[in-house]
Ligand binder design. Structure first.
Ligand SMILES: Nc1ncnc2c1ncn2[C@@H]1O[C@H](COP(=O)(O)OP(=O)(O)O)[C@@H](O)[C@H]1O
Ligand SMILES: [Mg+2]
Length: 234
């Protein structure tokens, strides 16, 4: 199995604040993996460490089998690992289409382009020339996912993509994530909505206090949901 993302014994800090403790995590090509855990356990810091926004103090980060001794955002993207950030971060003053084109800046070849994104999200085509930040929350999330796909990633890190969205939108996103994964793109889904996790992910890592404290297979059933929810309460 080829690892697209591998964190081994990672310790990461923000200045004097030591957030991640000996964290281990791996995502292989084509896999759908969930990262769960309560607010504040360090899920976003995992993303930030890969992007170089938190400081890697010790341990190793491999992206697409390349060691990143000092991770930087562009390095991950060049290796096909792209983030849909928490809070979506749509660029104000840019239209929907311009926001999508930002995603293509890394210049990776692959199946995704504007026409394919518009097939996946027709609403984005309808609103192509309106400011990105004028969209609803759900539409902005679609835009953030579309922007990531424009980079033709082999792995997408989705940081709480359904936060604050209505259940009907969450259902639409579940369908989209499964469709994208079905085309072979690996997903790391950081989520607190366990019903989404069981619909999308094959296995999970559960975090508490900056470490992975449990991991296993996701079973898509009421029992599976119950089982995985128990890990968020750690
Ligand atoms: N820039 C920062 N500087 C210092 N501490 C931070 C910073 N960002 C987050 N933290 C702290 O790191 C811990 C983990 O945060 P975070 O990774 O955002 O958790 P999660 O995504 O699981 O909610 C929290 O205690 C948070 O307050
Ligand atoms: Mg977070």
């Amino acid at each position: 199995m080829s690892a697209l993302l591998k964190l081994e014994n990672v310790n990461a800090v923000y200045g004097a604040a030591h957030i991640l403790h000996d964290l281990n995590l791996q995502v292989n090509a084509g896999e759908r993996v969930a990262l769960i855990g309560r607010n504040g356990v360090g899920k976003t810091t995992v993303v930030n460490t890969i992007l170089g926004l938190a400081t890697l103090r010790s341990g190793t980060v491999h992206v697409n089998a390349t060691l990143l001794p000092r991770p930087r955002t562009y390095q991950a993207a060049q290796q096909g690992v792209v983030v849909v950030p928490q809070g979506r971060r749509i660029v104000a003053n840019l239209t929907v289409e311009e926001n999508l084109q930002l995603g293509a800046a890394v210049g990776r070849k692959g199946p995704w382009n504007l026409a394919e994104i518009y097939k996946l999200f027709p609403i984005l085509q309808e609103r192509a020339h309106t400011p990105g930040t004028a969209l609803s929350g759900g539409q902005q999330q679609m835009l953030a996912v579309g922007r990531a796909l424009m980079a033709n990633p082999s792995l997408i890190l989705l940081d709480e993509p359904t936060e604050g969205l209505a259940p009907v939108i969450v259902d639409q996103l579940a369908t989209i994530f499964n469709r994208v994964a079905g085309q072979g793109t690996a997903l790391l889904l950081i989520e607190q909505n366990m019903s989404l996790v069981v619909r999308v992910a094959q296995r999970y890592y559960a975090m508490a206090k900056g470490s992975v404290v449990a991991q296993g297979e996701v079973v898509n059933s009421r029992e599976g949901l119950h089982d995985i929810e128990a890990h968020v309460m750690v």
